[in-house]
Ligand binder design. Structure first.
Ligand SMILES: [Zn+2]
Length: 503
């Protein structure tokens, strides 16, 4: 719709621009003229941009993509490889051989005459990024809380008023567009805390959207509201219906809190708990669960703002995993991100984007905020001549947090997180010769400190191209845009929630 198209701007103007079919009332008053003018410009941009995108993503039009999709072996040739596996190492110039969806070999000069070739010249090849905590359904509401705080804005507007009116279709389209956005930005794995399970149908649609996206995902079954909510007991049905195979991209967790009954439900289902909202105010609950012997290796602790050293010790000693949402925590008032607390306790954290009602989902934003904040805080201590300071984070540390530590957090390190032979081929090809980063002088710093989503050229999940040469593969973007805009309009209308396009 018009508002959406204007929002996207010229660079990625929507496909199949369908103003008349999906338009909701345009803003009144002086802003209406600006709005219409911007829309007309965007229509022209849509047409031009769209021609290129369709050509790039349609098999048959792009012969290289067609060949790629038809081959069981793919060879990414001559790339700069950051494997994130110390045994495999890094290469200034190497090949990555994918066979039957798995990484077969990483080394220079691999001969594979039967493989489809992907030119890696001036490309950095890294593992796909991993986002260990996001609320995908909320993508219908992207940016609607641009200047909001956790308390009271998020709780009042998003968690209560808007989430309450979601129907199962809204869960589907929100989750679907969220995961497509992540794939577009280089994120190949995410944990979805789906706090919208108002009925079994809502949960079904969340799982279906994750499956349809083709990304690797952990569905963290979570609470809902209303008389049809069956949390947490419906986890048994979900597990039986959707998660009975180990050989699939989707796995299951329980979106939880530090609560004995929920931990017991997760144990009975044989899944880990993804504990949301862990902070200094929940330390007693954490200590009580620990004393009761209910914590298990692999449980995930999210946010962990302002935790004491004792709580960090409990998490570490129980084999817990940690997800930090540094940009959101800084912007929305969650408290000081726990980067240093984790590191001081010997816990290597993973990174997460949390909600895009306020902040970007992309891995570059997550990495840079983490790098900058830890260094700022340490450098301030250094200026005060504090002795025995811990080390400053490096770009390699942060790239590990966004890849292999993410895989460890989600219990998926045997499948993803590094370019290790035998693992599934979840990887991204990053353009290092674009003028926003050229010339290339340091590969890890280039990825962490200089690159952005415009550098994400191609994305593979289990060896399948999900993004190819700048465009998502096999996605009907026009339909997605229409359904997402319609879903957004319905949610806002039912909640009687005003949209403020310029606020
Ligand atoms: Zn969250």
């Amino acid at each position: 719709m018009c508002v959406q198209c204007d929002g996207f701007g010229k660079q990625s103007a929507p496909t199949g621009f369908v103003c008349a079919a999906t338009a909701s009332p345009a803003p009144a008053g002086p802003s209406r003229r600006r709005f219409l003018k911007a829309s007309a410009t965007a229509v022209a941009a849509c047409a031009a941009t769209q021609a290129g995108r369709v050509a790039a993503q349609t098999p048959g039009v792009d012969g290289e993509l067609t060949r790629l999709q038809g081959q069981r072996r793919i060879l990414i040739k001559g790339g700069i490889v950051l494997s994130m596996d110390k045994q495999v190492g890094d290469f200034a110039n190497a090949d990555v051989l994918i066979e039957d969806g798995k990484i077969r070999e990483v080394r220079p000069n691999i001969a594979a005459s039967d493989a489809a070739i992907v030119d890696g010249t001036n490309r950095i090849v890294t593992p796909g990024f991993i986002d260990t905590h996001h609320h995908c359904y909320q993508a219908l509401l992207r940016n609607i809380l641009g200047n909001g705080l956790l308390d009271p804005d998020y709780g009042r507007d998003i968690a209560d008023r808007l989430t309450a009116v979601y129907n199962p279709d809204d869960v589907y389209w929100g989750t679907y567009v969220s995961t497509l956005g992540m794939l577009d930005m280089g994120t190949t794995t995410a944990l979805d805390i789906s706090q919208v399970c108002h009925s079994p149908e809502h949960s079904d649609e969340g799982v279906r959207a994750l499956k349809d996206s083709g990304m690797r995902a952990v569905y963290a079954y979570s609470r809902g509201a209303g008389p049809k909510a069956m949390y947490p007991q419906d986890i048994g049905r979900l597990q039986k219906t959707y998660f009975n195979s180990k050989d699939q991209l989707l796995t299951l967790a329980l979106g939880s809190g530090l609560n004995k009954d929920l931990f017991t439900a997760a144990r009975n289902a044989g899944v880990f708990t993804a504990n949301h909202g862990v902070n200094h105010r929940t330390e007693k609950a954490l200590a009580d669960l620990n004393a009761a012997g209910l914590l298990r290796p692999g449980d995930e602790y999210i946010h962990c703002t302002q935790l004491s050293a004792d709580s960090w010790k409990i998490i570490r000693d129980s084999g817990g995993k940690v997800s930090l949402s540094v940009p959101i925590e800084m912007a929305m008032g969650h408290g000081m991100p726990g980067i240093q607390g984790a590191l001081d306790a010997g816990v290597r954290p993973s990174l997460s984007s949390d909600v895009d009602v306020t902040m970007a989902q992309d891995p570059f934003t997550l990495m840079r905020h983490t790098f900058n904040l830890q260094r700022l805080l340490l450098l301030q201590r250094m200026q005060k001549n504090e002795p025995n300071l811990p080390p400053l984070l490096t770009t390699r540390d942060v790239l590990e947090f966004a890849t292999i530590e993410g895989a460890r957090c989600l219990g998926l390190e045997a499948k993803t997180g590094s370019l290790t032979p035998g693992k599934d081929a979840d990887l991204v090809v990053l353009q290092a010769d674009r003028l926003n980063v050229w010339p290339l002088n340091n590969a890890t710093s280039c990825v962490v400190n200089l690159m952005g989503t415009s550098n994400v050229e191609s994305v593979f999940v289990a060896g399948k191209a999900k993004k190819w040469k700048g465009a998502l593969v096999g996605v009907d973007e026009a339909r997605v845009r229409k359904m997402v805009a319609d879903g957004r309009d319905g949610v806002l209308k039912r909640a009687n929630f005003p949209m403020n396009l310029f606020g």
